[in-house]
Ligand binder design. Sequence first.
Ligand code: GDR
Length: 325
Amino acid sequence: MTNKAALITGITGQDGAYLAQLLLGKGYEVYGLLPRRSTSEVNLTRLEWLGIEKSVQFIDGDLNDLSSLIRALQKAQPDEVYNLGAQSFVQTSWDQPILTGQVSGLGAVNLLEAIRLTRPETRFYQASTSEMYGLIQEPMQSETTPFYPRSPYAAAKLYAHWMTVNYRESFNLFSCSGILFNHESPLRGLEFVTRKVTDGVARIKLGLATELRLGNIDAKRDWGHARDYVEAMWLMLQQDNPDDFVIATGQTTTVRDMCTIAFNAAGLKLEDHLVIDPRFFRPAEVDVLLGNPAKAIAKLGWKPKTSLQEMIEEMLAADLKRLQK
Ligand code: GDR
């Protein structure tokens, strides 16, 4: 057990919830930054799902309000800060490119500045993303693969990524960037494709819907389980030296094959229910992502524990249970 404190931005999201659970289990005092404009907007569903909503201490603050970040650091006195807050839905980033840049890009810099000015000994984790590889420059992407962002979201995240590297090199901050490939769970938002699929398949199975509408099902992603991936975030901040790591499974699957797993698990046939809807195509697509987690395996002793099949089955079972209530 530790007596450390951690501050998490994006605490109400999928990764924030799993990370909070992990850190509470290790004895951390966990603080969560809550950006809010009205009380009714605050959504603690994921923390409640894990039964930890009363164990987290919330601090009002916003990634775009530097003074609120300074106050949050003064209040929490964290040993570690995990920046998981973002506008994280790629498709929305074309409709809100400036907001995405402000939250997902500049937000990280505000936090780095707050740390540099008030608590430079604080260890910092930045949630970077495989979306930064975009139009891939190597068949398997590692820490040394050049980036080619393909969305306003990816461009914003790339800025935050380089600023994390830059603050490490310029100011000697212990700042690390985890380049996480897609990671899912029953806590994934319904707009993301895996959860949209397991929720959709569960609805069809229960007679609540007849079809599932998707966009580009030829896209390929390297999908892991969020519960496994938050462990890598923590491990990065426990090392002797700050560094960047790719977190991935090393396997890539088409959206179509991922769907097939879900339909089969429900005893249904994909061809009977799947409808391709152009509304879900993106202005620029990331066709294929495949991560090489060799560095994380060697240096962090981390490895993915959950297969895609196991994860989709877990998500489908959770959606069936929820919808039956
Ligand atoms: P992604 O995740 O954009 O990779 O980013 P998402 O699940 O949204 O899309 C994955 C792929 O599926 C294709 N697709 C659809 N996607 C959605 N959302 N809805 C559909 O109906 C649909 N049909 C096909 C997409 O075109 C895409 O190719 C996620 C986010 O969590 C980011 O924040 C994070 O940084 C990366 O993962 C790693």
